[in-house]
Structure formats: C-alpha cells, structure tokens
Ligand binder design. Sequence first.
Ligand code: HEM
Ligand code: HEM
Ligand code: SF4
Ligand code: SF4
Length: 292
Amino acid sequence: MAKHETPLLDQLESGPWPSFVTDIKRQAEKKPECWDILGVLELSYKERITHWKHGGIVGVFGYGGGIVGRYVDLPKRFPGVEHFHTIRVAQPASKYYSTANLRQMMDLWEKHGSGMTNFHGSTGDIILLGTRTENLEPFFWDLTHDMGQDLGGSGSNLRTPANCVGQSRCEWSCYDTEEACHHLTMHYQDEIHRPAFPYKFKFKFSGCPNDCVAAIARSDVSVIGTWRDEIRIDQAGVKEYVAGNYPANGGAHSGRDWGAFDIQKEVVDLCPTECMWMEGDELKIDDKECTR
Ligand code: HEM
Ligand code: HEM
Ligand code: SF4
Ligand code: SF4
C-alpha cells in the first residue's frame, strides 16, 4: 500500500478551504491503507466512473444493520481498500461528548479500522469509515462491552433517531427533545438493529418550529414542538424592533447594511395565512387563523 501519484486530487488542496485530500494524506502516514483511498479516487476522477462495488451484506451476529459493506472492484491494485466497510455508531442525544469518550472511541477505531471518521453522518450517527470484515466482531465487542455504546441503523432498519439540543441549551424548546428521542430509541431497539421495513425509516425531534434538525424535510415521523396557548406578543419589544433599536438577525448581519427593518415586509407579509396586521404601532394576530 504505497503512495500513488494523485495530480488531480493534489489540485484540490490548493483552494481556500480545508481539504479532505490533506486530511486523508495525514492519516495515511499512520494507516497506509488510506493511500489506496486516494489512489482509487484519482483513478475515478480520470476514468469518470466509480470503482466501489455495491457492497452486499456484512454485519455483526444478531444485527441486520449498522455496518454498510464497501469493497473496491480493483482489490489487487488497491489492496488497502479491498474491504472498506462503514460502521455507524449511535450518537449520544444532542451529540454531547466527553473528551474521554471521544479519545476512547478513536483509540478503538485506530485499533480495528482505518482511523477515518465522519462526524456526523446526515442521519446523525458517528460514521467510522474503513475496516475489513474480520475486524467487525472484535470492534463490536469492544464498543458494546468496554464503551457501553451501540451501532446505529442502516439499510431498511429504523435509522438512529436524532434530536435538536432542545431544552438542554435552547430557550425556544417546547418539549424535552432529548427525553423523547432517548425514550423512542430504547423502545424501538429491535427495529433499529433488525430490518423491518421495505426502506429506511426515520424519527427526528425538533423542540420548536425553527426545526433545527430539519425533521420535516428529512424524517418519516417528524416531532416538532409548538405552543398550546395563544401567541403572546411583547408589544414593547415590537416597538423596539420597529424603531431599529435591536440589531438585525440578532447581530448576525453585523458589518453589512441591510437597510432599516420593515416589519410589514419582513414579518407581516410572510405569514402564510395572512393573519397578522399592524394597528398603529401594535402587532395583531388573529389566533384562529394561525396554522403554525
Ligand atoms: C471513503 C468513501 C466514502 C465516504 C467518506 C462515505 C461517507 C458516507 C456517509 C457520511 C454516509 C452517511 C451516514 C449517515 O448519514 O448516517 C454514507 C452513507 C452511504 N454511502 Fe457512503 N461514503 C463513502 C463511500 C461510498 C461509496 C463508494 C458508495 C457507493 C458506491 C457510498 C454510498 C453510500 C450509501 C448508499 C449510503 C447510505 C447507506 C444506507 O442508507 O444504509 N458510499 N456514506
Ligand atoms: C429525486 C430523487 C431523490 C430524492 C427525492 C432523494 C431523497 C433523499 C432523502 C429525503 C434523503 C434523506 C436525507 C437525510 O436524511 O438527510 C436521501 C438520502 C440519500 N440519498 Fe437520496 N434522493 C434522490 C436521489 C438519490 C440518488 C440518485 C442517489 C444516489 C445516486 C441518492 C443517494 C442518497 C444517499 C446515499 C442518501 C443518504 C445520505 C446520508 O444519509 O448522508 N439519492 N435522499
Ligand atoms: S429546533 Fe427550536 S428548540 Fe430545537 S434547537 Fe432549534 S430553535 Fe431550539
Ligand atoms: S401562521 Fe402566521 S401568525 Fe401563525 S406562526 Fe405562522 S406566520 Fe406566525
């Protein structure tokens, strides 16, 4: 597993952003199989076709998901990625970690795999990229016995449920998203580990309609917090906004001039049911017509 010539990939390191090519090169110094990821990708850039096969099924005994099979179709030329399976590890609620836990996880992954990671996959899991079939059971044993952590969902399983930080950090949260996510994760363990559906199935939990986990776009069961009583309006706050005494977008636009705040254009006219209006300097809402 030697270094390959990769002129096309090398060019990607020249841009202004952090480069995955640089990251993989750094990891390859420690784990030489990573040179072959770069080698096979360079070849794909040249030939304009992927050299990853559709994996087939790999996994650990008793589970029907959590590992995604990956094999390269040129194993003689790229032996380091002959097998390069992806492991999904269920993330903690809201993705809070201790550094001790992360270090232990990385030590485990350097021991059994390539050390390449993706924090996190779109679904939410910790994604560990690249290991051989024979390493799966030893990794799984250590993960579950030494770390008390578990695989996530893949394929036609219930996917690892995910939540926004909710009331652990956010003042907008209308319910305890972590509790709901944890509870349903425990309740549906069987479905997370064994495929029960004809295709993937996802739960996501957002504490309020800001929907920071994009539950409505990305899950089959979207649980989004909303308020039960009528909308309360801080009229003094409205006046301050209209007078321009609050910075636009909480200060996120600082340094740029977006012009004076226009409550009619930026708030009232955006209501889909047109149930808001201004009466003098007071904001009014017809609660019956609010469909949030
Ligand atoms: C080293 C190269 C690769 C990286 C970094 C990578 C990264 C990822 C990530 C981050 C996810 C999402 C996991 C989640 O959201 O929970 C994923 C899933 C997936 N990737 Fe890759 N991937 C690689 C190679 C490939 C290849 C070569 C293919 C296809 C030929 C592929 C096809 C897929 C598919 C189909 C899924 C979804 C699996 C499922 O739903 O069960 N990946 N990959
Ligand atoms: C109109 C066509 C398509 C629609 C509507 C669609 C829709 C979706 C949706 C809703 C998700 C879930 C996203 C999330 O959980 O964040 C997803 C994930 C995914 N789709 Fe598609 N998709 C389409 C076409 C494709 C095609 C053509 C491919 C592959 C060539 C593909 C590969 C994937 C993969 C690999 C994922 C998992 C990504 C991840 O979890 O990180 N999709 N797609
Ligand atoms: S969805 Fe709402 S409650 Fe959850 S983090 Fe975003 S703003 Fe806060
Ligand atoms: S329907 Fe109108 S008033 Fe109700 S939450 Fe949406 S924008 Fe606000």
